[in-house]
Design a protein around this ligand. Sequence first.
Ligand code: CA
Length: 383
Amino acid sequence: MRIKEIKPYVLTSKLDEPFYFSQWQYDTRKICLVKITLEDGTYGWGEGYGPADVIKAGIEYFTPFIIGRSALEHETIWQEMYLRSLDFGRSGIFQAAVSAIDVALWDLKGKILNQPVSVLLGGVKNPEIHPYATGLYFERVDDLEKKLVDEALEYKKEGFKAIKMKVGLGIELDTQYVKAVRNAIGDDIKLMIDANHAYSYKEALELALKVEKYSISWFEEPVSPEDYDGYKKLRLRTSIPIAGGECEYLKHGFKRLFDNDSVDIAQPDICATGGLTEAKRIASLAQIYSKDVVPHTWGTWIAISAAVHFVANLDKNPGRMYSDKPVMELDRTENPLRDEVVRHSIVIKNGVLTVPKTPGLGVDINEEALLKYSCDNVKHFIK
Ligand code: CA
């Protein structure tokens, strides 16, 4: 059970089709994975969300404090990392390194005990999940509205019951595109919008009031993550539920969000906010404040699988005999690192995701693809 080696990998891939959102353009994907190996050769995989090179440095900082520990004592290790970073990184990227290690320890724990992570978290309360398609990013094409509509129809054809689209190009254009997508997909598909904090409170309110009639399930990151009051004022002025939290870290960050009554839906990223260990605590905190939890998920099937096991274990809040399946984010944008490097055991059929019963996270790595995309081998296009 003793940890022998902790090895971070930074992977990168150039995209065929660059895409952009309200803040900047993506033309490459870059990610930090971590492999933790025990003395007997058993290994687990984790992933951090955020600037990959910095996460790698964080993992290397924590490594000497963790080598030789029992992999089953993930909370003990978590606390060691928390205390080792408290004075310098209570929030932010240090916690993504904590998260990557923590997720790998949960994967290991599952393999050691031959149980899926969702069972070890306490049980599978939600064996089926509705993944929603995250896509509808912007591309530099002649007819962006057509591109968005065609992509939304593709998700509908694939069976998705919910779709999230980007906004943040300005009130008029956003309204035009939301209207076009809603009209194209019909009324039986949930539609969410995500501004990636592009707007001031007044702008976000104007947009919210203009698109309310298109039955928007939530408005994500309408304003700056620093603007807790703006979030709250917006919540009180629109019927659209307000979502946010992918920039918050640890339960303390979410307490700030909840104390300010800023959101209806909290979106912790398991691979940034402190791993599965802390995400479970955040879910308990959210319950106390009567907030929903829909984790933010980006990256490879390691991050997605961690989110699947987490959502499978989420309490129904409130409980009732018949309730909707919980939703979770499934990024559909181009990402060779997600699709080529990580093998997974998740099955999605007709828009329903079945929680895997394989031990740990249920993932493994294609070593050939890992080496192919490793930054140690790919130097020519790294920014
Ligand atoms: Ca988002």
